[in-house]
Design a protein around this ligand. Structure first.
Ligand code: IMP
Length: 192
């Protein structure tokens, strides 16, 4: 059975493919001839994951899953949330985004935050949502050079290192995305 993962990130696709039952073959957007930018105009993380999955299912007719992720900071009422990638502007710079967040938090005591990933799956005519959350706090300074995005300033609860300092295997096991993907894999394992 063929299922589209609404992404062109070959590493992500390969990683998930290896965890899925052999009966499921993942296809990228490129594989189905989808080269246009899929709109991500919803006001929530869930909304964007749904928009992306529905776009592929409605326009190309495939079963599909799509993910969307954001960093929600308590003292900022959940910001940057759905705007995490472009928090400091359309240049989508991780450095600029982190600097902006550290500045915004410089006057706040509460540094709690969580990453949230939502995976929306359109499968056999039904829609399923899988959510993964990683709770932690925003550090005062950047540390570490692994990972991407806000990793150098996010310290998961129970660890003394940031996501950018932890081994990638550890991050994948405890991260928002890792947890959401595990829920997706369990769904397919139980379905087949
Ligand atoms: P996306 O939905 O996976 O594209 O994520 C949106 C934005 O959230 C990214 O551009 C990053 O700024 C941030 N982000 C998502 N996942 C992570 C992560 O695992 N670590 C750090 N930042 C992340």
């Amino acid at each position: 059975m063929k299922i589209v993962f609404a992404s062109n990130n070959k590493n992500k696709i390969q990683e998930i493919q290896q965890l899925l039952p052999e009966t499921i073959q993942l296809m990228s957007l490129e594989d189905i001839g989808c080269f246009e930018e899929i709109p991500e105009t919803a006001a929530t993380i869930e909304g964007n994951a749904i928009l992306k999955a529905d776009y592929v299912t409605q326009k190309y007719g495939y079963d599909c899953f799509a993910d969307d992720t954001g960093l929600e900071v308590t003292a900022l009422n959940g910001e940057p949330g759905v705007y995490s990638a472009r928090y400091a502007g359309e240049q989508r710079s991780a450095e600029d985004n982190m600097n902006k967040l550290l500045t915004e938090l410089s006057t706040k005591n509460n540094r709690q935050a969580q990453f949230k990933t939502v995976i929306t799956l359109n499968y056999k005519g039904e829609q399923h949502l899988f959510t993964g959350i990683a709770k932690g706090s925003i550090t005062a300074n950047k540390s570490g050079d692994k990972g991407f995005g806000y990793d150098p300033i996010f310290q998961p609860n129970g660890y003394n290192e940031t996501f950018a300092e932890l081994p990638i295997e550890t991050k994948n096991r405890i991260s928002h995305r890792g947890i959401a993907v595990q829920k997706l894999i369990s769904f397919f394992k139980n379905d087949n």
